[in-house]
Design a protein around this ligand. Structure first.
Ligand SMILES: Nc1ncnc2c1ncn2[C@@H]1O[C@H](COP(=O)(O)OP(=O)(O)O)[C@@H](O)[C@H]1O
Ligand SMILES: [Mg+2]
Length: 263
């Protein structure tokens, strides 16, 4: 993916360099999700600004997927609110502005890469020439143009991840939610994914990305550290390291987890 053109000039949402602006993209207030007796997300309050690459960092079971599914509007909160660009979720108005890459692949294995993308385009109302153009553009960007007409069942794990990403981005969303996009991805492709996220971010796309790879955290503008549904801390990676007095994020995470246990 690194050899693709640097700037997608056709993106209507391009806002130039997307450094952290103080305009809220997502405002979450006292958000709770319970599954029976289990509280998967505990009274979470946070704001994610336009232009951020916000990392949701936490081990398995910390509530990352549950939170992302509530943000996308697929899971209803038990209580609390989410607003995206001022609209209360779920809202048909903002659904088209969101791109979502699920943790489990949402691809149809018996369809070709092109057909999978066409399916997503249909959902988002992209048709005819615009649809064909967007599919070709995105397949180029994720280096799958030469496999457009192959069925996905023949793809490697990394190729499926790349195609899932292309599907999530085909309608040029302003906010992209990526749920562990690099899980099971080799180190080279992981780096290329993060380079691509940085490029999207420069083009004005706000990104919320979950990961349990703590080494990826430093590529985010800010992080929310989650454990058992609790927000342990949120800040820039540098500020979190400083606050914990540690030099790597894994140590810092353990520091905040320990602080919470003691509280
Ligand atoms: N549909 C569900 N029904 C019951 N429990 C669930 C459901 N979805 C998630 N959970 C539980 O909620 C907690 C958080 O899960 P999840 O959001 O998937 O965490 P993560 O994505 O960080 O691994 C886990 O304990 C998980 O077992
Ligand atoms: Mg998950």
């Amino acid at each position: 993916m690194s050899d693709v053109p640097d700037v997608n000039t056709s993106n209507p949402h391009t806002q130039g360099a997307a450094s952290t602006q103080e305009e809220p993209m997502v405002v979450i207030e006292q958000l709770v999700k319970r599954f029976g007796m289990l509280e998967a997300v505990h009274s979470l309050t946070m704001t994610i600004n336009v232009g951020e690459t916000f990392g949701l960092i936490g081990p398995n079971g910390s509530g990352k997927t549950t939170l992302i599914r509530m943000l996308v509007g697929l899971t209803r909160p038990t209580s609390g609110t989410i607003c995206i660009l001022g609209e209360r979720v779920p809202s048909a108005k903002i659904a088209a502005l969101l791109g979502y890459m699920t943790q489990a692949s949402a691809l149809y294995l018996d369809l070709t890469a092109y057909e999978n993308m066409a399916f997503f385009c249909d959902i988002y109302g992209l048709r005819g020439r615009v649809q064909r153009q967007r599919i070709h553009e995105m397949l180029e960007r994720v280096d799958l143009a030469n496999r457009a007409n192959d069925v996905v069942a023949t793809f490697s794990g990394g190729m499926k991840q790349r195609l899932s990403l292309a599907c999530a981005l085909v309608h040029q969303p302003r906010l992209v939610l990526l749920d562990e996009p690099t899980v099971g991805v080799d180190p080279e492709l992981r780096r290329s994914f993060w380079d691509y996220f940085a490029q999207l971010n420069r083009e004005g796309v706000t990104i919320i990305v979950s990961t349990h790879h703590l080494d990826e955290a430093t590529r985010c503008t800010r992080l929310g550290l989650l454990r058992f549904g609790n927000l342990l801390a949120q800040d820039t990676p540098q500020a979190l390291l400083r606050q914990a007095g540690k030099s790597d994020m894994e140590e810092a995470f353990l520091y905040f987890a320990h602080q919470e246990v003691q509280a």
